[in-house]
Ligand binder design. Structure first.
Ligand code: DC
Length: 231
């Protein structure tokens, strides 16, 4: 079967990463969490007090950043920033509260999109984010767009944070998700939107297993299809 690119986009906390990770494991594909890349840049900018409105400072800081992914002993991919494991740090609220502003910066997007295209060039990849099907890989063979009810998303995110010993009240999470949805969808640079040829899946009433099975079913269909001719 031929290797394809699977793009999974959608709002925050719809289960994109969980789905993408499980699909990649099942198909023996590489998983790339592009949100982690924007989060790692945000962590660097915050720690180095980079002025987000100063393009020169932003460009200089971007030159100093190296992001990579390493698969741990449990088979999960973890984000590294300049050789340091930042997987836990980038999930904290202080990053969630600033990542949408950072990911709206043109220079940041240009640098990360270039890196994401390199990571996916050999196919056999599941990439999740906000602009994978529209900007990073508009030619992806399979595009998925996930949505879910805001409260369901907030409770899922709260559970995830609790598992990391981070207790955050539900109202704070709902507010953060709404704010990020709004910034992500209205920004000038690659706003979050469903690609015309993406399959929408509402995950409000389905389990992770069901959503994973559906994506794998769609992926297998694409993998056995002949590639589209170029003319
Ligand atoms: O998927 P996530 O919640 O970890 O993503 C964090 C933020 O990064 C999200 O609010 C928007 C931004 N992002 C983006 O702009 N483009 C992507 N491809 C991935 C994430």
């Amino acid at each position: 079967m031929r290797k394809i690119i699977i793009a999974i986009d959608g709002y925050s906390a719809c289960g994109k990463s969980t789905t993408a990770r499980a699909v990649a494991r099942e198909l023996n594909y590489r998983y790339i969490d592009t949100g982690a890349m924007y989060r790692a840049v945000t962590l660097y900018f915050l720690d180095k007090h980079v002025a987000l409105t100063n393009p020169k400072e932003v460009a200089r800081a971007l030159q100093e950043i190296r992001i990579s992914f390493v698969v741990n002993s449990k088979g999960n991919s973890e984000a590294f920033l300049n050789g340091i494991n930042v997987e836990k740090e980038i999930r904290k609220m202080r990053i969630s509260e600033n990542v949408s502003q950072v990911s709206a910066i043109r220079e940041v997007r240009m640098a990360l999109v270039e890196q994401q295209r390199k990571m996916g060039k050999d196919c056999g990849v599941v990439m999740d984010g906000r602009d994978i099907g529209t900007v990073v890989f508009p030619q992806a063979e399979l595009k998925i767009f996930l949505t879910a009810d805001i409260l369901v998303r907030a409770f899922r995110r709260q559970k995830e944070l609790l598992e990391r010993n981070d207790l955050v009240d539900i109202d704070t999470i709902v507010e953060n998700l709404k704010q990020r949805d709004s910034i992500d969808s209205s920004r000038t640079e690659s706003p979050l939107r469903k690609a015309e040829d993406a399959t929408g899946i509402d995950t409000t009433h389905i389990t992770i297993d069901e959503q994973v099975d559906e994506v794998i079913r769609l992926a297998l269909t694409k993998m056995i299809q002949q590639p589209k001719s170029k003319d």
